[in-house]
Design a protein around this ligand. Sequence first.
Ligand SMILES: Cc1ncc(COP(=O)(O)O)c(C=O)c1O
Length: 376
Amino acid sequence: MARPWNFSAGPSALPEAVLQQAAAEMLDWNGSGMSVMEMSHRGKHFVQICDTAESDLRELLGVPPDYAVMFMQGGGLGENAIVPMNLIGRRGYAAADFVVTGHWSTRSHKEAGRYGDAQIAATSGVATVIDGREQAPFSWVPPVDSWNVRPEAAYLHLCSNETIHGVEFMDWPDMAALGAPDVPLVVDASSHFLSRPMDVTRAGLMFAGAQKNAGPAGVTMVVARRDLLGKALPICPSAFDYANVAAEHSRYNTPPAYAIYIAGLVFKWIKAQGGVAAMEAANRAKADLLYGYLDSTAFYRNPVQASVRSRMNVPFVLRDESLNDAFLQGAEAAGLMQLKGHKSVGGMRASIYNAMPLEGVQALVDYLREFERRYG
Ligand SMILES: Cc1ncc(COP(=O)(O)O)c(C=O)c1O
């Protein structure tokens, strides 16, 4: 069966080798006589699967021992509540700051306001001019030296890859250099997790839903500095208290066992490809190919400021938006799926996560060129 090229923003394509292995092991994992779905989460087989997934993830990201790695439920939006419930009261009052650069950080900020004083330290939600070019709201990142972080905040949240707006932080700030050494950074890395090396120690906590780069929906990875745990608000459900989850190695209650198993296979696949550095090289090549083409013609346009263009999610618009339906229909007929942009911004979006090979992006560029030739 020929698989089409799937540009979905998530849940998204998984490496075919992972799906094949999961299919082969469906009825009998490793001679156990059981499917992973049928195993006790406290039995030796699943404990091995879960602990191996954790150690592989630690190895891939270089997570030091003073950080906990947790597999949780609730997704990215769940973490928007779980993070404040765990961290916002850690200094005895409830205050946290937010860098708002698009849809997802806007939602994080709003959700945290239910648990305390959530202030905006910086936002790109207004139009500006950078290097003589007009930048629309959420198509740029406010310079770090303009961020207004309260030194007494419990944490500073940012979304390091805005999946809808296609804006990526290529670096995470050093909070000491920002004059807020006691304010840990909280990073929503959902849509570029494992796409390149990341200095985990720059963040006090990072989280990512698996369903883009790391596995199926249902499991959320959380990497958190251990000294930040254990100060949850009294209203925090015990199953979402990081201290409990970390102490029980993600098995405080029944975890999303099958999703953890698939994520574990994805981690092994990334290791076999050469780790996150190899992912970065491949992702750079794909992004360069696609942006290079989009920039070469006025028929299409990516609105994001060049230095913060996401290597994972590439939004673009057609000069003539009345061609959108024809574009999408032709794309599907050519085996290029899920290119429609998010409803909040319209246009198109190509998500080119780790599992998308260069060949798929080349097929998209060929289609872009052909469509322009026909309608341009
Ligand atoms: C960056 C980011 N954060 C959070 C979310 C929300 O994730 P979930 O649907 O798992 O709650 C998404 C979903 O696409 C996302 O891209």
